[in-house]
Design a protein around this ligand. Structure first.
Ligand SMILES: Nc1ncnc2c1ncn2[C@@H]1O[C@H](COP(=O)(O)OP(=O)(O)OP(=O)(O)O)[C@@H](O)[C@H]1O
Ligand SMILES: [Mg+2]
Length: 469
């Protein structure tokens, strides 16, 4: 696939987001434009390209209106290395905890696995074929096609270059052909073969590095580890395994041969640098007025300060090499109900030039959220209860009633956005969820009366509503 085909246009990005997130058109458009601009920039000449900075977005909106949901769906847009992190997870450099650089390291890991799976798709069939032929050589050495020393030199359609002194008679090749078919069909899977397996001696450091603490000490454990790993010799060991297992081992080995690791790492770094997106969720929670309310926590502002160079452009050491963050796109999102964007330190505010506000959700939106998204709540409940033989059906009036009650509860008590739908649905479905399958089965229609009966009493009783809804 060419890049052109893979890169979605702004409209296509919005369409993709539309499948899960209702409304919020301004936000979707802004996200789509920022993403597409990356692609546009990459098509330019080198001098122009250097100066075009990514349009970092600050997404602002009350709780439960789809900010995080949008982030989750961006992750599904293929070809973009994407990480979503909570700003509250980080601590200032020097304090115990994760430092902000680690999000860039995560991003590189994501682009590595993205590229790796692309490569597997590309060379997988070839590697399978090679593994098959080599396995055949082991099972039936008389008809060997591959030179045992050079590995896999000769393709089968190249008889002039037969490297070994075996006459390939008709009977031998017929036998090989027959075995090959049996092997493909899996008929030999349970048989045992002896194969040589490469074993990398595990460096001792691995034991330590799994424990946290090293990262903050400034020790690049990953780098150290891979260095040691390369220095330690890999041993070959003969093992007896089932054919099915041998096939998998050889496939992995062939993949290893076919994929140039160094090249892969270089590409991954480049991909992260040029196309990477980091989504900083809950950014408002590290703004200063937020922290002053929840007790003294000096390091919050420190985190903001640590973020500055990342967003501005700096170099981060990762286990695959250095990543420059100049062109990594940052999205930040926050409810900003306690703090305001202006409570962020000014330098950070300035680095998120594009601001988008999310709309508060209305009854109409709730109705759509209940039924339209691919993962809509009503679909989820229907699927769950279907397992127990209950065919749940929601009438249009029932959906309207649920949406209305949700909106009312948000207005009367706390506005928690679409999350209110979850609490209401949970109450509404409680009975069915408990009674299926023993007491209830077959068709189960949820109509307006049922919704009224389940929810209205709760909503009237203030104490009850406060706790349950
Ligand atoms: N516009 C929407 N379309 C579809 N589903 C939505 C929408 N808004 C919210 N939801 C649903 O509500 C839940 C909460 O939404 P989300 O996690 O996006 O909230 P948020 O805006 O990030 O809020 P917070 O500021 O509290 O983190 C999600 O599970 C999602 O399914
Ligand atoms: Mg959120």
């Amino acid at each position: 696939m060419s890049e052109q085909q893979r890169e979605l246009t702004p409209q296509q990005i919005v369409d993709e987001l539309d499948r899960y997130v209702i409304g919020q058109h301004k936000a979707k458009r802004a996200v789509a434009i920022s993403l597409r601009n990356r692609y546009r920039r990459r098509q330019l000449s080198r001098e122009l390209r250097e100066d075009i900075r990514p349009k970092n977005l600050l997404l602002i909106g009350p709780t439960g209106v789809g900010k995080t949901e949008i982030a989750r769906r961006i992750a599904n847009i293929s070809g973009i290395p994407f990480v979503k992190v909570e700003a509250t997870k980080f601590t200032e450099v020097g304090y115990v905890g994760r430092d902000v650089d680690s999000m860039v390291r995560d991003l590189v890991e994501v682009s590595m696995s993205l590229l790796r799976s692309q490569k597997i798709e590309q060379v997988g069939p070839k590697a399978r074929e090679r593994a098959h032929e080599k396995l055949l050589d082991i099972i039936y050495p008389e008809g060997r096609r591959y030179h045992p020393l050079s590995g896999y030199e000769k393709s089968s359609g190249d008889p002039g270059n037969l490297p070994i002194d075996i006459e390939e008679t008709d009977s031998v090749s017929a036998k090989r052909q027959q075995l090959s078919e049996e092997l493909r069909k899996g008929e030999l899977d349970e048989k045992e073969v002896e194969i040589d397996v490469n074993e990398q001696a595990t460096p001792v450091v691995e034991v330590f590095s799994s424990q946290t603490g090293f990262e903050e000490m400034g020790i690049n454990m990953q780098g150290l580890q891979s260095m040691l790993g390369n220095m330690l010799p890999s041993r070959q060991r003969r093992r007896r395994v089932k054919v099915s297992e041998a096939r998998e081992i050889m496939f992995q080995e062939e993949m290893h041969h076919l994929i140039d690791q160094e090249e892969l790492q270089k590409e991954a770094l480049c991909l992260a640098q040029e196309s990477g997106v980091i989504f900083l969720d809950e950014i408002d929670k590290i703004a200063s007025s937020f922290t002053s309310k929840s007790g003294p926590d000096v390091s919050r502002e420190g985190v903001q300060r640590d973020l500055l160079p990342l967003v501005e452009g700096t170099s981060v050491m990762t286990k695959y090499g250095i990543v420059k963050t100049d062109h990594i796109l940052f999205f930040a999102a926050g409810a900003f109900n306690v703090s305001k964007p202006s409570d962020l330190i000014p330098e950070l505010q300035g680095r998120f030039p594009v601001r988008v506000e999310f709309d508060a959700l209305k009854v109409e939106d709730f109705k759509r959220i209940l039924v339209e998204p691919q993962n809509a709540l009503t679909r989820q409940y229907r699927a769950l209860l279907e397992v127990d033989g209950l065919e749940v059906e929601f009438t249009t009036e029932a959906i309207e009633a649920i949406a209305r009650f949700a909106f009312q509860a948000n207005a009367d008590y706390e506005n928690i956005g679409a999350r209110r739908l979850h609490t209401i649905m949970e109450q509404l479905m409680e009975e069915a969820a408990f009674d299926a399958p023993q007491k209830l089965s077959g068709s189960y229609v949820i109509d307006e009366t049922r919704v009224e009966k389940a929810i209205a009493p709760l909503l009237k009783d203030h104490d009850l509503a406060r706790f349950i809804l």
